[in-house]
Design a protein around this ligand. Sequence first.
Ligand SMILES: Nc1nc2c(ncn2[C@@H]2O[C@H](COP(=O)(O)OP(=O)(O)OP(=O)(O)O)[C@@H](O)[C@H]2O)c(=O)[nH]1
Ligand SMILES: [Mg+2]
Length: 441
Amino acid sequence: MFNSGTVYSNFTPLVKSPVIGYRISGDDVLLILKKLTKRNFSKDHSMMKLVKLHNIDGTILDKCSVVYYKSPNSFTGEDVCEIFIHGSPLIASQLEQVFKDYKIPGFRLAKKGEFSFRSVLHNKYSLKQAKAINLIINNESFSSLEYNKKILFEGDIVSGLSPLREDIVNLFSEITASIDFVDDEDFNFKKIMKKTQIFFNNCNKLLHKNRTKIEQKNICKIMLIGAVNVGKSTLFNMIIDKERAIVTDIKGTTRDILSNQIIVDGKKFELFDTAGQRSKQGKIEKFGYKKAQKLSKEIDHFFVLKDKNTKKAELNKLFNDFNINKNFTIIETKSDQFNYNSKNIKINHYLNREELFRRIKISSIYNKYVNHKNHRLEFNSSEIEFLERILEYKIDILNERDILIIAQLMRNILDDFSYEFGYINNEDVYDRVFSNFCIGK
Ligand SMILES: Nc1nc2c(ncn2[C@@H]2O[C@H](COP(=O)(O)OP(=O)(O)OP(=O)(O)O)[C@@H](O)[C@H]2O)c(=O)[nH]1
Ligand SMILES: [Mg+2]
């Protein structure tokens, strides 16, 4: 899957930002650093240096921080350097051009997960820990984040699969030891099968307990609806803290659904901005409004926005169109402009985010729909899939009468455990694992 050679990749996105980071790993790191900075780095292990990077023609490419990690004290176990250029995608492309211009044999862009793969190869991390790194980045919930951090920081031993692996090793030893005594009076087939059954039952129990915990809902979906021009997109942008939706005083500005996820006080939300409702919707607007209606089944809570111009009939139509029952909050907008004398929540676009969240009670809305208890997990999602695969052996083994075949099937399970933990190197397994990573990790 991966070849040797020195590899590089950006490890931050290539977008305008304060910094863009590049990582290089392999034997040629010092050579590359020398060419780039025109200075010697061999004694400067792990010190962050402010240096000038040079183009091939000697002109300055950037002035930035560089860290050099001397093998084996690096993430990959190889010589590594990290370069923090100014966050311009153009500088990044110039840097990559310089890398290409060096024409150093084997110096190339890293593949997905190649840095993590190398760290496994050089025993810096186990395969399970490398998988945990990927899951930490892609985590959906705080409970799985905590579980994966535990594996990464404390090692394979804390994985819920470790005790199960020990059970299968013991069971397998007992079965293979008994093979020679099949014809003896002492041979107790029933006893072995009983233990096998207990093993599978235990796997099953753990699987179900943890699967329900992992699948538990951890996001609250809120949709903003209301008449055109009422201020839905303004509120949407305020909540997500980005100028994502276009805001204008033209009625019918938003035509398609926009969605954005945010985390507020550790609580995850998905917000939906929608096309406004009005009697004379344009073709695209109507399409967008219908699309929002279709999505409404998946929505937990609606913010129904109104202002002084909103008619009762318009509100009724919204409640009908979106099939709203008790899951809504009426929000009166533009309170800087209009005087309201209702008990409804009132907002305006001058509020700061903290005050806005307090008024719209975003945190208690979350608690209403999501069980926000942090569960302690014994498995991560990839281990759950693994357990499901192991349980596929159950029926075949428990229905089998030939101890030799049972032993062979048990051997397969044991091998699967070893692949899962990376005790047996297998290119297919590595391929599967690291192809899920992002480039640069
Ligand atoms: N004075 C005042 N104007 C606001 C406030 N909120 C929004 N507006 C203005 O109202 C107009 C419409 O705002 P939008 O957020 O685009 O409204 P919308 O509901 O998304 O509109 P459509 O997408 O057309 O349905 C814009 O000119 C906003 O600047 C507010 O709190 N006070
Ligand atoms: Mg809008």
